[in-house]
Design a protein around this ligand. Structure first.
Ligand SMILES: [Zn+2]
Length: 198
């Protein structure tokens, strides 16, 4: 009999596909949320921080993100299978750009910075990065195609974790210093945002 999952209260056996000391449920939870104990931030939790970041973004940073997006070659969402994590992350960004047009750079930055500044239940680095990536990824819509008279819908999956980490790193390379200097302004503005919503 195989030993049970690393989560002490979990009686399920290890899952060989997951490739870690986890059962299938906890392996999935770790990939999806970046943490075994905590689930992902909910949209209403992130939202005030995303709106606050969107209002405070400097034009220079938006310009840099625009440059990054413009430098990426277009890759169809159908062609991501087998791509390495960084290439998959670029594909996610370039498809958001195509779908969201001129607003894409601003939306991506605000999604990333908002999720970064939103309070989290743990200081775990993997959880932080997965949450930032999920926030960006939510901007991506599925794409549908006509295939032999059948309508087929494709959307890149973020499952697998490593693409999520690559996506966070790619955007954070631009946002890191600005977020560090402006975190408190965003947190304060988000509080007003929430207060104003009542
Ligand atoms: Zn388990």
């Amino acid at each position: 009999m195989s030993s049970p999952c690393i989560v002490s209260t979990c009686p399920r056996p290890l899952d060989p596909v997951v490739g870690g000391p986890y059962c299938n449920i906890h392996g999935k939870q770790l990939r999806r949320c970046g943490s075994l104990e905590f689930t992902s931030l909910k949209s209403p939790e992130r939202r005030p921080y995303i709106l606050a970041a969107r209002a405070l973004l400097p034009p220079g940073l938006i310009g840099e993100m625009q440059q990054l997006l413009d430098s990426l070659p277009f890759v169809d969402q159908r062609n991501v299978n087998g791509l390495r994590p960084a290439a998959k992350a670029r594909c996610i960004l370039v498809n958001i750009r195509r779908q969201r047009g001129a607003d894409a750079a601003r939306l991506i930055l605000a999604a990333a910075i908002g999720a970064e500044c939103c309070p989290k239940p743990t200081s775990n680095e993997r959880y932080r990065k997965v949450q930032v990536a999920r926030s960006i990824f939510r901007l991506l819509r599925s794409q549908s195609f006509e295939l032999f008279d059948k309508r087929v819908v494709y959307r890149i999956s973020l499952q697998g974790g490593r693409a999520a980490l690559a996506l966070c790193d790619m955007v954070e390379a631009l946002t890191y210093f600005w977020t560090k200097d402006n975190r408190q302004r965003i947190v304060d503005a988000a509080k007003n945002e929430r207060g104003g919503a009542h």
